[in-house]
Design a protein around this ligand. Structure first.
Ligand SMILES: [Zn+2]
Length: 193
């Protein structure tokens, strides 16, 4: 799978955003990625600065996609948070404990998604899974790279073929690629082929 959020490399004293959370998208950040937080995001993060929010959202995304975020060594963790190491040292005392508190809940939620096999998720759970997959795939079709089309969340192994709703089995697909793929598990020429 692509790991777009690992591209948020440090640059001087300016916060470098992971590509999944670019500055242009910052305005919509809370709306788009709040579902990643299995708790009351607004209450638990009320006192956070904008930089802390951005770092937390990037780390939450990593926790959903890869897990064990806080086991990363410091420089990898800083990259994952989209900050320099120096910036991460400042942010960590405020951000890491919040992530530590909800890491187990994220793992449980991931298992719950993966356990739904061969049928659609209920609306709310599907919204959450979809927002994670879109952010992970950097809001681009994984088959053709399009960003300027309406994007769908596609089951790589189709539900009809026993596919699950694990986020590893979900991919961002534009409408034409989604239609072309249909119930096939792979699309010729795609990175899943
Ligand atoms: Zn496409």
């Amino acid at each position: 799978m692509q790991q777009n959020f690992s591209k948020g490399l440090q640059s001087g004293s300016v916060i470098a955003f992971p590509s999944a959370i670019s500055p242009e998208r910052h305005v919509g950040l809370h709306l788009a990625l709040c579902p990643l937080y299995p708790g009351n995001y607004h209450t638990d993060t009320m006192l956070m600065t904008a930089e802390e929010h951005i770092a937390l959202q990037a780390l939450l995304l990593n926790e959903w996609v890869r897990g064990d975020t806080l086991d990363l060594e410091e420089s990898a963790l800083a990259r994952c948070a989209g900050t320099s190491r120096a910036q991460w040292r400042v942010l960590k005392p405020f951000v890491a404990p919040v992530l530590a508190d909800i890491a187990d809940a994220i793992a449980e939620k991931k298992q719950a998604l993966a356990a739904v096999v061969g049928e659609r998720l209920p609306g709310r759970a599907w919204e959450i899974a979809r927002s994670i997959v879109f952010a992970r795939d950097d809001y681009a079709c994984v088959y053709c790279g399009a960003r300027d089309r309406s994007l769908h969340c596609d089951h790589v192994l189709a539900l009809a073929n026993g596919g699950s709703n694990a986020i590893e089995n979900l991919a961002t697909a534009c409408a034409p690629c989604n239609a072309k793929k249909g119930a096939k598990s792979v699309l010729a020429g795609s990175r899943f082929a």
